[in-house]
Design a protein around this ligand. Structure first.
Ligand SMILES: O=C(O)CCC(=O)C(=O)O
Length: 258
């Protein structure tokens, strides 16, 4: 159980910089079990899977038929992959933390993230600077994602970098390209990008980050596949907009802690 002062401090950090790292948030045996299951689902190619070739970010194969074309990027629908994954997605500690942060009950989105994010040494692509909310449709931009490291994460193996304070900035549309990536060759974006930090994570560490926080990741230059489990939550009063992809599947309200 986290002390109230540690919780308040972490929430203040999330509000101020748009992300916060919580060390050892998941227990070692949970992480080990989640990792083993993720590895099995990858090995057995259990669908639904999004392939690098589908996304075609820099470094990805050109098509599923090209060399490396069956490199997975995301094991989709983590919540639906069995009780172990479902338990983590609705974990009481995650729920309690988010309830304190939102000031109301959190709801798991089953549409956004909700995946095991993989990054393979060969054919794993890099991801440019972006805000996750760019393609999401909710009544308020107040969603928070929970990124659980299932192994070490560093810049060199494709660990996430974040730009502190970017969640609260009033960027203009012209600072982004047509896919809504934050332009890295625009002089006025340079001071923002220069502030980026790449927190080093160990298995069991969690990063909570706001849906407007700019983040990016490089390819994986290590010899090992990087695996992370990512879920997104919204406060109950922040609703997916009817008729949009965000509303295409029901969310899962997190039970209040006993
Ligand atoms: O692992 C990566 O390359 C970045 C993942 C990410 O930020 C995303 O898919 O939204």
């Amino acid at each position: 159980m986290m002390s109230p002062s540690r919780q308040e401090e972490a929430i203040a950090t999330l509000r101020e910089q748009g992300f916060v790292v919580m060390r050892g948030f998941a227990r070692p045996h949970e992480v080990q079990a989640l990792r083993a299951q993720a590895e099995r689902h990858l090995r057995e190619r259990i669908e639904p899977i999004e392939y690098e070739a589908d996304v075609r970010y820099p470094g990805a194969p050109a098509s599923r038929r090209a060399e490396g074309g069956h490199t997975a990027r995301r094991l989709l629908d983590a919540y639906g992959r069995g009780p172990l994954f479902a338990r983590w997605a609705t974990d009481a500690r995650v729920g309690a933390w988010l309830a304190a942060c939102f000031g109301e009950a959190p709801v798991l989105s089953t549409v956004h993230h909700n995946c095991v994010m993989t990054k393979h040494p060969a054919y794993g692509s890099l991801t440019g600077w972006h805000q996750d909310v760019r393609y999401w449709s909710f009544t308020e931009p107040s969603l928070v994602s929970c990124w659980l490291a299932l192994g070490s994460e560093r810049r060199e193996n494709g660990g996430l970098s974040f730009i502190p304070g970017s969640h609260a900035a009033a960027f203009e549309a012209r600072q982004f390209d047509e896919q809504k990536f934050f332009l890295d060759d625009l002089p006025e974006n340079a001071p923002w990008i220069a502030r980026a930090v790449c927190p080093e994570l160990e298995a069991g560490d969690v990063v909570f980050f706001h849906c407007r926080t700019l983040h990016a990741a490089q390819g994986n230059a290590s010899g090992q596949v990087k695996l992370s489990l990512v879920h997104t939550y919204h406060p109950q009063s922040c609703r997916p907009v009817p008729g949009t992809r965000s509303a295409s599947r029901p969310g899962v309200p997190l039970e209040p802690a006993p």
